[in-house]
Design a protein around this ligand. Structure first.
Ligand code: TRP
Length: 348
C-alpha cells in the first residue's frame, strides 16, 4: 500500500508522515487464535510502516446488552492480550473509545447528514435487529455512524476489517463525501483494507463456519491452557481419509493444515512432504505442540500484565491523551463548518 499523505497531519504519534490506520476492536475477554492469525499478528508486523490507532470500542459494545462488570473486565483483558501479542505503545496508540468524548460528539453531528435510508440498508443491522425485534436499541441502528466518526476523526487512510465490516467502511466514505459536499473539504476518504483470504481460520468443531468466541469448543482461545488446546485440537473434526494434503474440499483437514502453515511459515508442499505416509493423528499432535509453543510467550507476557493492572491502565490513558488532540482538532473544524458553538470561535 502506498498513498500520498499530508505530513502535517499529526495523529499524535512520532511518525507523522506514515499512512494512518484505524482499527476498532470490540471488547471481548475471549480472543481466539483466529483473531491472532487473521488480524492481530499482521497488525503487530505492520506497526513500523503505519501510524496505527487501536481503539477498544466500548461505546459500540453497549449497543447490545452488557453486564457492567464483565464489560470492564473485557476491556482490560483485550488491552492486555493485545499488548502481550506485541502491540507496542511506543509505536501505536491504543485507547478506549469512550475515554475520548469526541467520538460520540462527532457521531451526533454526522447523524444529521446521514439519511436513515442508508442505515436501513446495513445488512449487519438487519440480521442483529431481527433477533432482538422491539428490544433493538436505537444505538444499534446508529452503530455505523459512530464507526464512521471513529474513522473520520483521525483522517484514517486505511481501515483493516473483515468482509462483514466492509459495508460499514463504505458508509463512512459516503458520509465523508456527503459532509464534504455540503460543507467543503473537511474529512479524509478512508479505504477498507480487507484481510487476506487464507488467513480465515475456521471452527474446529464445524469447519464450515468461522472460528468464533461464541462457540468456545471449536475455538482456541489465546489464553487457553496447554491441555485445553491439545484436547480441542485432538478432537477437531476431520474426515475418514488418511493422507495429509491441502485439499479445500476436506474443510476440517484444510483448516488444521492452514493453521500449521501460518505458524510454521512453511510452504504447502513442504508440509505435505513432512506428513507423507503419516496420518491425521500425527498432524494433530504436532500442530497442538506448535500452537502451545506459539502461545506460550503471549500467555506469559499476559500473566505479567494482568498482575500489573495499573501499568495497563496507564498505557490506555496515555493512548487516549495521544490521540485526543487530533480528534479535538477535527471536531472543532467540523463544528466550525456546520456553524455550531460559540465558545471556541466567538463572533467571526
Ligand atoms: N464494527 C467493528 C467490528 O465489529 C468494530 C469497529 C468499531 C470498527 N469502530 C470501528 C472497526 C472503526 C474499524 C474502524 O468489528
Amino acid at each position: 500500500m502506498t498513498v500520498a499523505v499530508d505530513p502535517s497531519r499529526s495523529v499524535g504519534l512520532e511518525a507523522q508522515a506514515k499512512p494512518v490506520v484505524f482499527s476498532g476492536i470490540q471488547p471481548s475477554g475471549y480472543i481466539t487464535l483466529g483473531n491472532y492469525l487473521g488480524a492481530i499478528r499482521n497488525w503487530v508486523d505492520d506497526q513500523p510502516r503505519f501510524a496505527n490507532i487501536f481503539s477498544i470500542v466500548d461505546l459500540h459494545a453497549i449497543t447490545v446488552p452488557q453486564d457492567p462488570v464483565e464489560l470492564r473486565g473485557s476491556i482490560f483483558t483485550l488491552a492486555a492480550v493485545y499488548l502481550a501479542c506485541g502491540i507496542d505503545p511506543q509505536q501505536s496508540a491504543i485507547f478506549v473509545q469512550s475515554d475520548v468524548h469526541e467520538h460520540p460528539e462527532l457521531a451526533w453531528i454526522l447523524n444529521s447528514v446521514t439519511p436513515v435510508g442508508w442505515l436501513n440498508r446495513m445488512t449487519q443491522y438487519k440480521s442483529k435487529s431481527a433477533k432482538q425485534r422491539e428490544q433493538t436499541s436505537a444505538g444499534l441502528f446508529d452503530y455505523p455512524v459512530l464507526m464512521a466518526a471513529d474513522i473520520l476523526l483521525y483522517h484514517a487512510n486505511y481501515v483493516p476489517v473483515g468482509e462483514d465490516q466492509k459495508q460499514h467502511v463504505e458508509l463512512a466514505r459516503d458520509i465523508a463525501d456527503r459532509f464534504n459536499g455540503l460543507f467543503g473539504e473537511t474529512l479524509t476518504m478512508p479505504e477498507p483494507s480487507i484481510r487476506q483470504v487464507g488467513a480465515r481460520i475456521m471452527s474446529l468443531s464445524d469447519p464450515t463456519s468461522k472460528m468464533s468466541k461464541s462457540e468456545p469448543e471449536g475455538a482456541i482461545g489465546l489464553l487457553d491452557p496447554p491441555d485445553v488446546i491439545r484436547r480441542k485440537i485432538m478432537r477437531a473434526q476431520t474426515d475418514s481419509f488418511r493422507d495429509v494434503v491441502f485439499d479445500r474440499s476436506r474443510a476440517g483437514l484444510f483448516n488444521l493444515l492452514s493453521i500449521y502453515r501460518l505458524l510454521s511459515n512453511e510452504t504447502e508442499s513442504r508440509i505435505e512432504e513432512r506428513f507423507a505416509g503419516r496420518g491425521y493423528g500425527d498432524l494433530k499432535r504436532e500442530l497442538a505442540e506448535m500452537v502451545v509453543d506459539a502461545l506460550e510467550p503471549i500467555q506469559s507476557r499476559y500473566g505479567e500484565l494482568a498482575a500489573a493492572p495499573d501499568h495497563v491502565v496507564g498505557i490506555l490513558r496515555e493512548g487516549a491523551d495521544r490521540v485526543r488532540p487530533t480528534a479535538a482538532e477535527t471536531l472543532a473544524q467540523v463544528k466550525e463548518r456546520v456553524g455550531l458553538g460559540v465558545a471556541r470561535i466567538g463572533w467571526p
